[in-house]
Ligand binder design. Structure first.
Ligand code: PRP
Ligand code: URA
Length: 209
C-alpha cells in the first residue's frame, strides 16, 4: 500500500482554518487555496530523487545536487483543482499541466467526465493529481483511472480536505497511489458534502454562488 500523509504543518492548519469560515470571500479563498497547495507541494515532493553534479561557483568547482531528470506533471480535476495549480507551479515551475474535467451528478454523486487534455508524454511523467476536495472519492478515483488507462504509472493525489469515505475509496481503488491530505474531516452529510468541510470549493474559488 502506498502512503497516506496528513499535513501537520502549522501554516497549513492555520490557512485551512481560514478557508473553512463562511465569511471568507472568493479573493482570500482563492489566494489561500494556492498558498496551501504550495506548502503541500513542498511536503509531497520530499522524496524526489536527487543526483550529484559538478558546477563552478565564482570561487571554485563544487558538487551540488539537482533533481534527477524525472519529468513531472500537475493534473487538476476541473474546476476546483485549478485553484491549486499556481501554488504547485511556484514550487515546480518546469512541470507540464494537464486537465481532467469531471463534475459530480448532484443526485447520484457519480462523477461525469467532460474533458481530458494531458501532456503527450504523460505516461513517462510522475503526475500530481490535485483537487481541494475528496468527498465520496468518486471524482479522484475516476481521474486516476483515466490516467492509468493512458499508461501513467507514477501518480500522487493531493487534496486539501478529505472525508474518511473518500480516503477509504481511494485506498481500495488505487492502493498504489500516495495520498497527501491537508486535513481529515469527520464524515459526509446526506448531500455528499464534507462535514465540517468548507462548502462547495469550485463555487467559492470562482464566486459562482
Ligand atoms: C467537487 C470537488 C471534487 C468533487 C469531490 O467538484 O472539487 O472534484 O466535488 O467529490 P467526490 O469525492 O464525491 O467525487 P464538483 O463536482 O463540485 O465540480 P466543480 O469543481 O466543477 O465545482
Ligand atoms: N465537493 C465540494 O466542493 N465540497 C464538498 O464538501 C464535497 C464535494
Amino acid at each position: 500500500m502506498a502512503k497516506t500523509v496528513i499535513m501537520e504543518h502549522p501554516l497549513i492548519r492555520h490557512k485551512i482554518g481560514i478557508i473553512r469560515r463562511e465569511e471568507t470571500g472568493s479573493r482570500d479563498f482563492r489566494n489561500l487555496i494556492s498558498e496551501i497547495a504550495m506548502l503541500m507541494c513542498y511536503e509531497a515532493t520530499r522524496d524526489l530523487k536527487l543526483t550529484d553534479i559538478e558546477i563552478t561557483t565564482p570561487i571554485c568547482k563544487a558538487v551540488v545536487q539537482e533533481l534527477e531528470g524525472k519529468k513531472l506533471a500537475i493534473v487538476p480535476i476541473l474546476r476546483a483543482g485549478l485553484g491549486m495549480v499556481d501554488g504547485m507551479l511556484m514550487m515546480i515551475p518546469a512541470a507540464k499541466v494537464g486537465h481532467i474535467g469531471l463534475y459530480r451528478n448532484e443526485e447520484t454523486l457519480e462523477p461525469v467526465e467532460y474533458y481530458c487534455k494531458l501532456p503527450k508524454d504523460c505516461a513517462e511523467r510522475d503526475i500530481f493529481v490535485v483537487d481541494p476536495m475528496l468527498a465520496t472519492g468518486g471524482s479522484a478515483s475516476a481521474a486516476i483511472t483515466m490516467l492509468k488507462d493512458k499508461g501513467v504509472k507514477n501518480i500522487r493525489f493531493m487534496c486539501i480536505i478529505a472525508a474518511p469515505e473518500g480516503l477509504k475509496r481511494m485506498q481500495k481503488d488505487h492502493p498504489d497511489v500516495d495520498i497527501y491530505i491537508g486535513a481529515m474531516d469527520e464524515c459526509l452529510n446526506e448531500q455528499g458534502y464534507i462535514v465540517p468541510g468548507l462548502g462547495d470549493a469550485g463555487d467559492r474559488i470562482f464566486g459562482t454562488k
